[in-house]
Ligand binder design. Structure first.
Ligand code: ZN
Length: 327
């Protein structure tokens, strides 16, 4: 296991140990607490012996995400009892519903702009981040965000919810997009395990057609300008990597009929049966032929092309697409 993760987990366990000891001194019925304390001590002992994170049944490594969710687990997901598996499935089902609640309206129009998106987790929950926020003020701008947390599964989905909350609370401060990302980067970095980070795009569209885009290490959004397709390259590192990270934004002027197309690497890194990557070239040439499409039409065209390309190869990553068109 990566030593940095083990160190974080050890700190968590030591913290829980202190809390349990305090509670045992104060509470009346402590049977359950004493049992938990024994489990924490056993986990710390396994760390000392170098056997922490190994399944007691099959002796393979336990999934890192399972350990992050519960540092006391001693068996891998495959070796859970049927009851434990059912409980886990129920939790995932609930997590999936909570995550779906965080997503914006699927199609949205706002003062000269139309937005649609598509969000598909690879498993029950996704590590992709997607949000669209209409302004509260009458003269405010539309904000759109799309990102990808490192890793997959439950841990990544929890960080997606965390990032969602951070941006939702910062948005009211009415900052330029690069300042928003700078602040989110500091907060996210301070409150997250150092091994996790997120790539993301944060954009602001005004009714004049002016768009500000800050790209924090994310695959380049594409600007469909007539039949030209231009890419908006990253101007900063992913958030969560360096607390003192600085960001800048690009300013674009979209003409009526122009669109922006955003995606996660679940699209461009999708592979077909021959192990060939979908790639940004294929996406650009597809978009070049769809210059008159609505956001919804662009997304459908892209999904159709991806299905044709994959020709039955399995999906392995979360997938999110977003299209924004100036009407
Ligand atoms: Zn096992």
């Amino acid at each position: 296991m990566a030593s940095v993760i083990e160190r974080d987990l050890r700190e968590q366990l030591l913290d829980r140990r202190r809390r349990l000891q305090t509670a045992i001194a104060e509470f009346e019925d402590t049977t359950h607490l004493v049992h938990l304390l024994q489990e924490v001590d056993a986990a710390l002992e396994r760390m000392n012996q170098g056997t922490y994170g190994l399944c007691e049944v099959c002796h393979e490594s336990i999934e890192i995400e399972a350990l992050m969710a519960n540092p006391l687990v001693r068996v891998c997901l495959g070796d859970l009892t049927p009851d434990q598996q059912r409980a886990l499935e129920d939790d995932l089902e609930l997590a999936s519903r909570i995550q779906a609640e965080l997503l914006p309206q699927h199609h949205l129009s706002f003062d000269g702009w139309e937005i649609s998106y598509y969000y598909e987790p690879a498993g029950p929950v996704s590590g992709d981040y997607c949000d669209v926020v209409k302004p509260e003020a009458a003269d405010g701008d539309l904000l759109f965000l799309l990102g990808d947390i490192s890793g997959k599964g439950v841990a990544a989905s929890m960080l997606m919810a965390h990032l969602h909350a951070i941006f939702r609370s910062l948005i009211s401060a009415d900052l330029p997009v690069h300042r928003l990302v700078e602040r989110a980067n500091r907060i996210f970095g301070e409150s997250t395990l150092s091994s996790y980070y997120a790539t993301l795009v944060c954009g602001r569209a005004s009714r004049s057609g002016a768009v500000e885009v800050c790209n924090a290490g994310h695959p380049a959004p594409l600007w469909m300008r007539g039949r030209q397709v231009l890419s908006i390259e990253a101007t900063g590192l992913p958030v969560g990597l360096f607390a003192s990270g600085q960001y800048s934004a690009r300013r674009l002027q979209l003409a009526p009929g122009d669109s922006l197309f955003l995606y996660t690497d679940g699209l461009t890194e999708a592979r077909n049966q021959a192990d060939v990557e979908y790639g940004v070239e294929r996406l650009s040439s597809l978009l070049r032929d769809c210059d008159s499409f609505s956001p919804q039409g662009l997304i459908s065209a892209c999904l159709e092309d991806l299905t044709a390309f994959r020709s039955g190869a399995p999906k392995t990553d979360d997938l999110t697409l977003m299209a924004i068109r100036r009407t």
